[in-house]
Design a protein around this ligand. Structure first.
Ligand SMILES: Nc1ncnc2c1ncn2[C@@H]1O[C@H](COP(=O)(O)OP(=O)(O)OP(=O)(O)O)[C@@H](O)[C@H]1O
Ligand SMILES: Nc1nc2c(ncn2[C@@H]2O[C@H](COP(=O)(O)O)[C@@H](O)[C@H]2O)c(=O)[nH]1
Length: 202
């Protein structure tokens, strides 16, 4: 379970989309949200957009691995889509905030790899949120007002990358993923091979 978090606008969605396009081994965890769709966002690909009533019912029915209120809307990771994949040992990518990261870490322990994406500066963060052209001035002001509070959670993450140049940052994320996949504890498929190597020779 690879988690990307950042203050809004630092670039985690950009990194996530590229990773999903280039790495067929990892699947997205598509969240459920009460937020209205942004122009260009696709139902079932970017989010499942639901009413407040539907979200509350799902939360009551324990349908989320984690959920949180972010910028006045609710966001949750539905269990159904990833339960089977996780059993099969598949990799999943989560674009979630620090609250969801804490909840997933408590539930999944060492199966979670957490990356925090920092912007190169607060000024550049504002430029990116404005340049994206998807949010009102009010929404941007709200997200900027919360950015520094979110950055204080950077020390709960396993890795921290600065998204200045997107290519360099993306390369770092790929390196992290490659190294994590090579961890001995994740390479259970190698056990028969190692047993074979260890058989007495001659
Ligand atoms: N390294 C970069 N240099 C310049 N612009 C970038 C860079 N990375 C991302 N951007 C741009 O910044 C804007 C915000 O990026 P993105 O939507 O990926 O952020 P985010 O962290 O997912 O935000 P949110 O949490 O609000 O969804 C987009 O317009 C994106 O194209
Ligand atoms: N805890 C969770 N946080 C989530 C989830 N899906 C998205 N998010 C985070 O919300 C903010 C705002 O997202 P935006 O798409 O409205 O810009 C951002 O930090 C996301 O990472 C979730 O399922 N759980």
């Amino acid at each position: 379970m690879l988690i990307l978090s950042s203050p809004s606008g630092a670039g985690k969605t950009t990194i996530a989309r590229r990773l999903l396009a280039e790495d067929s081994e990892i699947r997205p965890s598509v969240s459920v949200t009460t937020r209205a769709p942004r122009p260009g966002e696709v139902e079932g690909k970017d989010y499942y957009f639901v009413s407040r009533d539907t979200f509350d019912r799902m939360a009551e029915d324990n349908a989320f691995y984690e959920w949180a209120t972010v910028f006045g809307n609710s966001y949750g990771t539905p269990k159904a889509q990833i339960r089977e994949g996780l059993k099969e040992g598949r990799d999943f990518l989560f674009d979630i905030d620090w609250q969801g990261t804490q909840q997933l870490s408590q539930k999944a322990g060492t199966d979670v790899v957490r990356i925090f994406v920092l912007p190169p500066s607060i000024q550049e963060l504002h430029r990116r949120l404005s340049g994206r052209g998807t949010d009102s001035a009010e929404v941007i002001a709200d997200r900027m007002a919360r950015a520094q509070a979110e950055i204080t959670h950077w020390d709960s993450y396993d890795y921290v990358v600065v998204n200045d140049d997107i290519d360099a940052c993306f390369a770092q994320v790929r390196e992290i993923l490659a190294a994590e996949r090579m961890k001995r504890t994740r390479q259970t498929g190698l056990i028969p091979f190692v047993r074979e190597l260890l058989k007495p020779q001659g």
